[in-house]
Design a protein around this ligand. Structure first.
Ligand code: 26A
Length: 344
């Protein structure tokens, strides 16, 4: 890939503002939340945002999983390397997001819906866990029309790699398929994150429709387990699940699929299509007292990994870049990266 070209990586998903606070068991119980999960808000969750802001000293932090990844990749790559697409409102929260992305040097092209509020994600931190409750708002209205707008489509055609956050399966699967096909037709890498167990369980159909296009599929141990269960694989071993993912049928036969499964502090598992051996890469150690919170750690891993792939690094080095960026993000509050910038 050409290092002088601009906006080589194009990412798509749901821009959200995180309303993040340190909470406790009682708060999780009040809203019927698991300690480590990501869900869409239901009626019973409606008051959590005000509750976090008023009673738990919540902070407003730029979020949206793939937007975090896009900021992360841009953190490592040359200026003007990454462009991010998604739906937002025209309000205070959108302004905060735009500002954070601008500071990170990330170009955003939002589909703006002035009538609908920007999406928000309540994040409850307890220990090393994070529980997320999302109200998608304007992010839920992203559409194919925006993707196909001539100026946006030009960015799509210009890009040399695509990253899609699996959370977007709840929003606009046709847009995901368009990017997937574009990647396969032009032999560009298509990178997908499984994002959350509920995507594997309840959005199986659009997920499976995109699977033949995955050149890289990234997930964590919980998502791998949910994938195995919802697809009747009968596998519980993470290495075996990674192997199964790597060997699913594939459209672009010029690239072997790679499945990457992170496991928190346990080694990152990497399986390559057609290869018997599944590799394990230990994570970069981090002292307990250096941990701020794990919100966005997986997104940061994906950001570092994408930067490596876009820059033509080896698989091993791309994994190392992912682990490096995840470690940096865990030391920050929320899905953020340290400034002044550190270099890989
Ligand atoms: C559709 N859903 C549920 C979501 C999300 C989401 N990003 C997009 N769509 N639910 C949580 N997040 C984001 O995940 C990040 C941590 O990985 C949060 O905004 C948080 O920044």
């Amino acid at each position: 890939m050409s290092p002088t070209k601009e906006f080589r990586l194009l990412a798509l998903e749901n821009p959200l503002l995180d309303i993040q606070a340190f909470g406790d068991e009682a708060l999780l119980k009040k809203y019927d939340l698991k300690a480590n999960d990501a869900i869409l808000a239901e009626e019973k969750h409606q008051s959590i945002y005000e509750d976090l802001l008023n009673n738990f000293d919540a902070k407003l932090i730029a979020g949206g999983a793939a937007q975090n990844t896009a900021r992360g990749a841009q953190y490592i790559l040359e200026p003007n390397s990454v462009v991010y697409l998604g739906g937002a409102g025209d309000d205070k929260y959108a302004a905060i997001l735009r500002d954070a992305c601008k500071q990170a040097g990330l170009r955003v092209e939002y589909r703006v819906d002035p009538k609908i509020p920007t999406g928000r994600c309540g994040v409850v931190i307890t220990g090393h866990n994070r529980s997320m409750v999302t109200e998608l708002g304007a992010a839920n209205h992203y559409d194919l029309e925006h993707l196909k707008r001539p100026d946006i489509w030009q960015l799509v055609e210009n890009a040399e790699a695509y990253y899609v956050g699996g959370y977007h399966f709840t929003v606009c699967p046709p847009a995901i398929q368009e990017l997937a096909k574009q990647a396969a037709e032009h032999n560009k890498p298509f990178i997908l994150s499984l994002s959350a167990p509920f995507i594997c369980q309840f959005f199986k159909e659009p997920l499976d429709a995109s699977a033949p296009y995955w050149d890289y599929v990234i997930g964590n141990e919980g998502e791998a387990a949910a994938y195995s269960e919802s697809h009747g694989l009968g596998l519980t071993d993470v290495k075996e699940i990674a192997k199964a993912l790597a060997n699913l049928p594939k459209v672009n036969t010029q690239r072997k699929r790679v499945a990457i499964i992170t496991q928190g502090t346990e080694p990152t598992v990497v399986a390559v299509q057609g290869e018997d051996e599944v590799k394990e890469y230990p994570v970069h150690p981090l002292a307990k007292e250096e941990i701020n919170d794990t919100n966005g750690a997986g997104d940061a891993f994906a950001g570092g990994f994408c930067a490596g792939i876009v820059d033509g690094k080896s698989l091993e080095e791309a994994v190392d870049m992912g682990q490096w960026l995840a470690r940096l993000s865990i030391k920050e509050l929320g899905p953020s990266y340290p400034f002044p910038k550190q270099t890989y």
